[in-house]
Write a protein that binds this ligand. Structure first.
Ligand SMILES: Cc1c2[nH]c(c1CCC(=O)O)Cc1[nH]c(c(CCC(=O)O)c1C)Cc1[nH]c(c(CCC(=O)O)c1C)Cc1[nH]c(c(C)c1CCC(=O)O)C2
Length: 350
């Protein structure tokens, strides 16, 4: 029996319809890192609370997730959390240092370290499901995007012990210990899948898998040593019929492959124009992106010109979700974000 076609009803939000290549009333817009330091109300709410504590407090999660929806009128909320949270909940000692990023107390450097990594017990995610349910009730028709980190990007933090530019230790481990590498990525795929399932089962309408640092790999290494594990994350969602978005930075050479992980939507950074991305990604998938976040720091005429260019270059895509090519920079003026949402809606109203 062939699988049932992806279902969608006219009542589905534009984000879900664009992800499936169906007609929309206007191009949906949201921003990676829309909740966060560009918003004074976020900085006020976070004052005195550590990032990973905030990520485990249902009231804070709910309020922080809603802030950008209220302020900007974006077409989706993204669950406030972090890609390392499933590891933290499982018991791995990780801190998110302000201005640095995730720092791991005991990096994974040996086969024994891999085998000692704790599994994520789904019943530890009650706080997350409480927050998702509260959010879905508050959001009404606005969809909530759930997310997780992809196995490769999570492995870079575990192996390097923190953020890194070259990811040399990660690659060295991948080449030197192929079996342990595969076991590590397999463990991470299970935990990311568990994290996504918890969000979908509590009411998330779409999911995004962040493989932020996959762009440091050659296409051959990505295809052989990474992609199967990202695919396992999506496969682990089973019959849950929500659109799947897959994104990484600097993935120009990987665009023909990334969709094969099982994505309905491929996220593109600012390096590859969307008309070229359509050719590289191929048919049957929508695109998300790809305004350079730094453009938002420029003058209004430049912002408008670049927004128009992105909208124009997306015209050949099966569906388009407007976003930045990576996260909102903390120094961004939030009024510019609101303006971009209005402009995209105005330019694409049908
Ligand atoms: C690589 C990665 C991380 N975390 C994440 C990724 C993948 C996305 C990407 O490529 O940017 C994912 C993430 N992190 C956060 C979100 C929330 C949802 C959203 O996009 O609005 C999401 C989707 C909140 C956050 N995650 C983090 C913040 C800032 C914490 C603070 O407010 O002090 C937020 C709002 C911390 C974090 N966490 C991470 C980094 C590099 C940092 C920045 C450290 C810093 O510069 O201070 C790891």
């Amino acid at each position: 029996m062939s699988p049932a076609p992806a279902s969608a009803s006219p009542a589905d939000p534009d984000l879900v319809r664009a992800a499936r290549g169906l007609p929309v009333s206007r191009t949906p817009v949201w921003f990676m890192r829309q909740a966060g330091r560009s918003l004074p109300e976020y900085r006020a709410l976070r004052a005195g609370t550590r990032m990973l504590d905030a990520c485990q407090d249902p009231d804070l999660i709910t309020e922080i997730t809603l802030q950008p929806v209220r302020r900007h009128g974006v077409d989706a909320a993204i669950f406030f959390s972090d890609i390392v949270l499933p590891l933290v909940v499982a018991g791995v000692d990780i801190e998110i240092k302000p201005g640095v990023g995730p720092v791991v107390a005991s990096p994974v450097r040996t086969v024994a370290h891999v085998d000692a990594l704790p599994d994520l017990e789904p019943d530890r995610l009650g706080f997350l499901q409480t927050a998702v349910r509260a959010l879905v009730a508050e959001l009404g028709p606005t969809p909530l995007i759930g997310f997780a980190g992809a196995p490769f990007t999570l492995a870079t933090y575990l192996i390097e012990g923190g953020p890194s530019k070259e990811h040399a230790r990660t690659k060295a481990f991948m080449y030197a210990e192929p079996e342990a590498w595969s076991r590590l990525l397999q463990k991470l795929s299970v935990s990311s899948s568990t994290f996504l399932r918890a969000q979908i089962d509590a009411g998330a309408s779409a999911v995004q898998l962040f493989d932020s640092w996959a762009g440091v790999l050659s296409a051959a290494d990505y295809a052989e040593r990474v992609l199967p594990h990202s695919r396992a994350v999506f496969d682990g969602l089973g019959e849950r019929d929500v659109p799947r978005i897959h994104f990484g930075v600097g993935t120009g050479e990987l665009l023909p492959l990334i969709g094969d992980a099982g994505a309905d939507v491929v996220g593109v950074d600012w390096r590859v124009p969307l008309d070229e991305a359509v050719r590289r990604v191929g048919p049957g998938r929508s695109l998300q992106g790809n305004l350079d976040p730094a453009v938002l720091l420029a003058d209004r005429a430049t912002v408008d010109r670049e927004v128009r260019r992105v909208v124009e270059q997306a015209k050949g895509a099966r569906g388009h979700i407007f976003n930045l090519g990576h996260g909102v920079l903390p120094e961004t003026d939030p009024d510019v974000l609101t303006h971009v949402v209005e402009l995209v809606h105005e330019l694409t109203a049908r």
